[in-house]
Structures are given as C-alpha cells and as structure tokens.
Design a binder for this molecule. Structure first.
Ligand code: SF4
Length: 284
C-alpha cells in the first residue's frame, strides 16, 4: 500500500470542532499531530509547563525537535512518553482506517518518525491488531505460492483470503461449521455470495467437507455428461442443476470421481479415446 497523501486523515473527532492550523502550509491533520515537527512542537509546549524539566531552558530558547522527544522518552521522561504515545495513537488510528479501506498486503511506514521505529512500532502494532477488522496472518502472495500447483493460484489465493476475512468479520471464527445446519441450496447460496466462489467450489464443499450427496460439475464433468447424452446443456452450472436431483443416494462421490477419471483417461477434451472407452456402448 502506498499512500502519498495519507497525512490528510483526521483521527480525532473532537479536533474537528476546533480551529485547525496545519503544521506546514498545505499539510494535513495527521501530519500535524503525528509528524516529527508536530511531536517536537507538542513536546516543547509540554516542557514549558514544567520549569523543573531538564529541557526547560532549551525549550525556552528554541523549539525542541521530534528527535528530542524520542530520546527523552527512551530515557523514561514521562512528559515525552505522553506526547509520543498520543502521536502513536493518531498514527495507528490512521493505519487502521487506511488498511480497512484498502486491505493491503503490506504497510510500509517511512519518514523521520520511523527513525525511532523500535520505540513506536510495537505500540502501533498493538493498536492495529486490536482494531483492524480482520488480522490476516498470511500474505496473499505466500498463499499463492503454496497452492499454485493446483492452478489459478492468484485467483484462488485472493478468494480464500477474502472468504477468511468475511468469515472472521461475520462469525468471529474461521469455520464453516455454522453452514452444516443449512440445506444444500442454502449452503451454495451462502458460499457463492463471497467473491471468487462459484457453484462448483460450493458443491465441492458440500461433497467433500459435509459428505452430502452432491456431484460438483466442472468443465470435464460437464463435457462428459453432454457427450454421453445425459444432459444437453450449455454450461457447467446448468448441468449441475439438471443432474442434482437424479443422483441416487450415496452415489455422488463415486459418480464425481469416476467421471473425473474417465475425463482424464478416455474422454479427454480433444481426441477422446472412444474406441477403448468403457462407456462406448451406452454413449450417444
Ligand atoms: S465413448 Fe467415452 S470417450 Fe467417447 S465420448 Fe463417450 S464417454 Fe467420451
């Protein structure tokens, strides 16, 4: 995710009611409360309230810097720690908002403030983990590498991540168990409402995960059933709807897997081996 102008985020609704003066001309709210110069400016104002503060005289002479605030905070200065913690809360709030909208794979933070990353990153992480709607543990690209052997790795990895995110947001649990109470049509309707999940994938869940008597129809099953003459349909989804009520109880699993094997060994997309196919006698 690259957000060149994310300093415009407003991260405190109370501040919207007050007069706003950007820290630099044309700079936005977030930069003015969480940027290095704004931290230094805030730190200076707080130090000037305490004549016993170690940096009081320096603050009287000129504005302290953000680096002064970080160095003091690392030494345990409570004034500096309070200033920096407030800036961190604004920064983390902006990150949560941006990440919720853009669902990025990676967030890269830069700028002078990040010179003290070891101080601020753990706190930002803590806040982001608490408020981000879905903490996605594995990057899409990592998942893609793991599943690419099955083909269409990019589309599948995006669909899987999207489904997991939706499940987490909806049920707080990464589980499909709640679907087991629903009938086949309801399960298909629910699963296909998620981006990237079609009827074939949903029917695979029904057959292989829920042990239902449902035969998934991919392009191979669709091709074979049309060649045999069991259906006359124009796409896999129509074939699925045509055959679903005609499969004898308990036969869907072997019907599906045997059709796949037939498609691989005999009824290939091109040049089918009809002369040695075990179904030749009954095939249309
Ligand atoms: S005979 Fe076998 S290989 Fe040929 S079209 Fe029919 S099912 Fe396919």
């Amino acid at each position: 995710m690259q957000l060149g102008k994310w300093d415009i985020w407003v991260t405190d609704k109370e501040d919207m009611k007050r007069e706003f003066k950007p820290i630099f001309h044309r700079y936005g709210y977030l930069e003015s409360v969480a940027g290095g110069k704004s931290i230094g400016s805030h730190f200076t104002r707080e130090v000037l309230k305490d004549p016993h503060h170690l940096l009081f005289e320096r603050a009287k002479a000129s504005e302290l810097s953000g680096e002064d605030a970080f160095l003091s905070a690392k030494k345990g200065d409570t004034t500096a720690m309070a200033v920096i913690n407030e800036a961190i809360e604004h920064l983390a709030c902006g990150i949560v908002n941006a990440a919720s909208l853009l669902n990025p794979e990676v967030i890269i933070l830069g700028g002078g403030v990040l010179n003290s990353s070891e101080y601020i990153l753990p706190r930002i992480r803590e806040i982001v983990d608490r408020y981000l709607p879905s903490l996605v543990e594995m990057k899409t690209s990592q998942l893609e590498k793991l599943i690419k052997v099955a083909g269409l790795g990019k589309q599948k990895s995006m669909a899987i991540k999207n489904l997991l995110k939706n499940l987490k947001n909806k049920n707080e649990r990464l589980s499909l168990n709640y679907l087991k109470r629903k009938n086949d049509e309801e399960v298909i309707g629910e699963l296909t409402s998620h981006k990237g999940i079609g009827v074939k994938t949903a029917s695979c869940v029904l057959l292989f995960a829920f042990d239902r008597n449902v035969c998934p129809v991919d392009t191979h099953v669709h091709r074979i059933l049309n060649r045999i003459g069991m259906v006359k349909t124009s796409n896999p989804e129509k074939t699925f709807n045509e055959i679903k009520s005609h499969i004898p109880e308990g036969a869907a699993h072997s019907f599906h897997t045997n059709l796949l094997r037939l498609g691989r060994e005999y009824c290939t997309p091109t040049n089918p081996k009809c002369y040695e196919c075990p179904l030749e006698r009954v095939c249309a």
